[in-house]
Design a protein around this ligand. Structure first.
Ligand SMILES: Nc1ncnc2c1ncn2[C@@H]1O[C@H](COP(=O)(O)OP(=O)(O)OP(=O)(O)O)[C@@H](O)[C@H]1O
Ligand code: SF4
Ligand SMILES: [Mg+2]
Length: 324
């Protein structure tokens, strides 16, 4: 990777409740190069949305707080930006498609005006220029520009999702974060929307973080994969590292015993047991209560990330101890 566009260093995010603290993200490190697409995969509650919201500096405080770490975007620390700088960054440099995108459209504004509004907010153009650009954006996501004046309720679910993507891409962001962008759609539309995202990414060279439970989606769109468990990245690498050489016991469990790019592994395998309670994480390796390879050492020693081949890192004592 050349100079990364995004670099997250030792990020920890907690939510403070009455008597307990949810440790949603714990000492997370992640880098993303210009134009790269990263798949962020993990079970529900792993901390994926919290990580995404941190990058936008949108963690609701209270109850949430970024308790440690640094998020560098294009050489600047997102967490040190003023409110004004953040407003400029969101939508312009970094865009996010939220987990429930249907709620991001305003029912009383036409879809064209909603796209044009974002364009005008972030660039010095006239109303007329913004509306032409908005029509182009609609065409780009496969909707006729003539539908500029229609309202969200006049569109199908898949089309609404395309509009949300058009809004997210309207200002040519350098980073797009898509949090489960196709989960609410039926399978055929999902495939179309994904194809469109993959296509746009190549055209615009936008870096992307794609959050998903769907391994078929990861295989189709991503260059890099990060596997997240209990607020940590437990394995990270190229698509082929993860699909052909899955090494962390959690990744192996998720993919079934033999993950294979050629096999149709679309669903995460259910692994026996539950994610640990984030208000009371186990000592040592957080996966130890569910891990088939757990030893006594795993229950007390928190593994460090180790690079097992160039660019492929794993957080498991089996690999750490091999070296020692
Ligand atoms: N506003 C909040 N207040 C309290 N706890 C929160 C809040 N937001 C998230 N959490 C907790 O932080 C942890 C991580 O949640 P997060 O939404 O990041 O998970 P996720 O990986 O996106 O899951 P999913 O796949 O279900 O979307 C969970 O235990 C969740 O309950
Ligand atoms: S450190 Fe131990 S418990 Fe954790 S994943 Fe590795 S083998 Fe399993
Ligand atoms: Mg989420």
């Amino acid at each position: 990777m050349g100079e990364p566009i995004l670099s997250i260093q030792d990020l920890s995010v907690h939510f403070f409740k009455d008597k307990s603290v949810v440790q949603a993200v714990n000492h997370l490190n992640l880098q993303l190069g210009v134009g790269e697409t990263l798949g962020l995969v993990g079970e529900t509650g792993a901390g994926k949305t919290t990580t995404a919201m941190s990058i936008m500096n949108l963690i609701p405080n209270p109850p949430g707080k970024i308790v440690g770490g640094k998020i560098m975007f294009d050489g600047e620390d997102v967490l040190k930006k003023s409110k004004r700088e953040l407003r400029k960054m969101r939508g312009h440099d970094i865009s996010m498609i939220f987990q429930d995108p249907m709620t991001s459209l305003n029912p009383v504004l036409t879809v064209g005006d909603q796209i044009a509004e974002v364009i005008r907010l972030h660039s010095q153009v006239s109303r007329a220029e913004a509306s032409i650009k908005a029509q182009e954006m609609l065409e780009m996501v496969g909707i006729s520009g003539e539908r500029y004046g229609d309202y969200p309720h006049q569109f199908s679910g898949g089309m609404k999702q395309r509009v949300v993507i058009a809004i997210a891409l309207a200002c040519n962001p350098r980073l797009l974060i898509a949090d489960e962008p196709t989960t609410a759609l039926d399978v055929t539309i999902q495939a179309q929307v994904l194809e469109m995202i993959a296509d746009l990414k190549h055209k615009l060279n936008t870096a992307m973080i794609l959050i998903t439970h769907d391994l078929g989606v990861v295989a189709q769109v991503c260059d890099k994969v990060a596997i997240m468990y209990a607020g940590e990245i437990v394995e990270y690498g190229d698509l082929s590292d993860i699909y052909e050489h899955a090494s962390h016991p959690y990744t192996q469990g998720l993919f079934g015993s033999i993950p294979d790019l050629d096999k149709d592994t679309d669903r995460l395998n259910p692994i026996a047991g539950l994610m640990p309670d984030p208000t009371n994480l186990p000592k040592g390796c957080s996966f130890s209560p569910r891990c088939p390879h757990c030893t006594e050492a795993c229950k007390t020693q928190d593994p460090e990330l180790r690079e097992i081949s160039p660019g492929h890192t794993v957080k498991c004592l089996m690999f750490q101890n091999q070296e020692e």
